[in-house]
Write a protein that binds this ligand. Structure first.
Ligand SMILES: Cc1cc2nc3c(=O)[nH]c(=O)nc-3n(C[C@H](O)[C@H](O)[C@H](O)COP(=O)(O)OP(=O)(O)OC[C@H]3O[C@@H](n4cnc5c(N)ncnc54)[C@H](O)[C@@H]3O)c2cc1C
Length: 403
């Protein structure tokens, strides 16, 4: 029986083969549940998106054998910092304080594409043919005992049936829209830009960590180091049109403000993106569950979107496996409560505060925030608490404790 066989109903259908859909698929497949993953694109999306994996996420991924692979493909950043660019005044956070709580006391800097590629290989080994590319879902519906998915597969209209459906189809989720769920929140007024360059900044800028947030004269920027690349991020001036903002001339000029006289820099990617903060009203409607960006969006500041989505996928697949094996499906309402809480109470609030703090232009407010961070670092108990919060460790535990 192939994945597309219409008589094959005894399975979970997953829409979207991003990090969240694939982690969910792999976990269900490992639990012996048949899955089919429908992915609209023909190849994994290569544009730079998440680069930070927090310690509890890598701990979870270890269970699938993915943690080790990602560590090999990424670069562990044991420290991260906020720094006044011109004066060098800084606050350096050390994730080593979490060594007793995690096998990975660092922010793993690794492109999310690596997770997609590695999880795809593992899923193919576990359930060959489960992932179908060029399969664009156009409509979903459900009855009391099953779900129905209409898709264009290689351009051909196809109808699939299953017992449960996971909508992991990202920000513009068709699944969420078909359920008619509100996705309230806001789009931040300024766009951001992410630049990828292999230029070895670490050989030229003193005191760089793997993850850096800089406050500079009149602007702010971040610098993240993955295995072979520096990712430089900032918000271009509001009066600059999009095309000019990503033009080579403009990008070279920006990087020259960081490192005068060292250009031209090799630019591998320069991509503009909008930043949103939105949360779906419910993460479960009957036999349809939402996870990841389909359910919640937040500023990338702090690196929580994909991490939170992977936490959704683990939580959901734990419970769905139990329901599959005969337990009451009220467990899935608990999934929805737990992960909705994590998104609304922790992830959205912290990423919003991070987003605004990093874009602060007022020197007095910047200095006050820096002093606050330095005070936290100087106090062992506060530093420990802060590192647990900023790596989503406490968020994960708090959510899991909700009945
Ligand atoms: C610049 C940037 C930096 C970021 N940095 C971080 C970070 O460091 N750490 C972090 O945790 N997060 C980060 N994020 C957020 C992170 O990228 C997202 O949260 C993550 O990709 C969400 O994963 P997902 O699987 O839910 O959705 P997606 O990755 O969007 O995957 C959804 C998939 O569904 C497919 N799809 C969509 N519609 C359909 C359809 N109708 N039918 C079939 N398939 C469909 C899409 O093609 C896609 O493959 C960052 C985001 C950006 C933009």
């Amino acid at each position: 029986m192939t994945s597309l066989d219409p008589s094959n109903r005894d399975r979970v259908i997953i829409v979207g083969a991003g990090p969240v859909g694939l982690v969910a698929a792999l976990r269900l497949a490992r639990a012996g549940i048949t899955v089919v993953v429908l992915e609209a694109a023909d190849l994994p999306h290569a544009e730079p998106r998440a680069s930070t994996f927090h310690p509890p996420t890598v701990d979870l991924l270890d269970e699938l054998g993915l943690g080790e692979r990602l560590v090999a493909l990424g670069r562990p950043a044991r420290t991260w910092q906020y720094c006044m660019f011109e004066t060098g005044d800084r606050a350096v956070f050390d994730l080593g304080v979490l060594a007793k709580d995690t096998n990975h006391p660092y922010r793993l800097q690794c492109e999310q594409l690596n997770l997609v590629i590695e999880a795809t290989k593992m899923l193919e080994a576990e359930q060959p043919g489960a992932l179908i590319h060029k399969a664009k879902v156009t409509q979903v519906s459900q009855t009391e005992d099953g779900v129905v998915v209409d898709a264009e597969i290689e351009g051909e209209a196809t109808r699939l049936h299953g017992l449960w459906l996971i909508g992991a189809d990202g920000a513009s989720s068709v699944v969420r829209k078909d359920l008619g769920l509100a996705f309230d929140g806001e789009t931040y007024p300024t766009v951001s830009i992410s630049i990828g360059t292999p230029f070895p900044f670490e050989e030229h800028v003193d005191g760089l960590c793997g993850v850096n947030y800089f406050w500079a004269d009149g602007w702010s920027f971040s610098m993240f180091q993955t295995k072979n690349m520096w990712r430089v991020g900032y918000s271009p001036p509001v009066d600059l049109d999009d095309e000019t903002a990503v033009s080579d001339q403009e990008v070279q000029a920006r990087l020259s403000r960081i490192l005068p006289g060292c250009g031209p820099f090799e630019i591998v990617t320069a991509r503009l993106y909008s930043v949103h903060r939105r949360l779906v009203e419910r993460m479960r409607v009957g036999r349809i569950l939402l996870a990841g960006d389909a359910a919640h969006l937040n500023s990338p500041s702090g690196g929580f979107g994909m991490n939170g989505g992977v936490h959704d996928a683990f939580n959901l697949t734990d419970k769905l496996t139990r329901v599959w094996n005969g337990e009451d499906d009220a467990l899935l309402d608990r999934y929805a409560r737990q992960r909705h809480h994590a998104a609304s109470s922790d992830i959205q609030k912290t990423s919003d505060a991070n987003h605004k703090r990093h874009r602060e232009k007022d020197t007095t407010k910047r200095m006050a925030a820096l002093k606050e961070m330095q005070d936290i670092i100087a106090d062992e108990a506060r530093a420990y608490k802060f590192m647990r919060e900023s790596s989503l460790m406490d968020s994960l535990e708090r959510a899991n404790a909700i009945e």
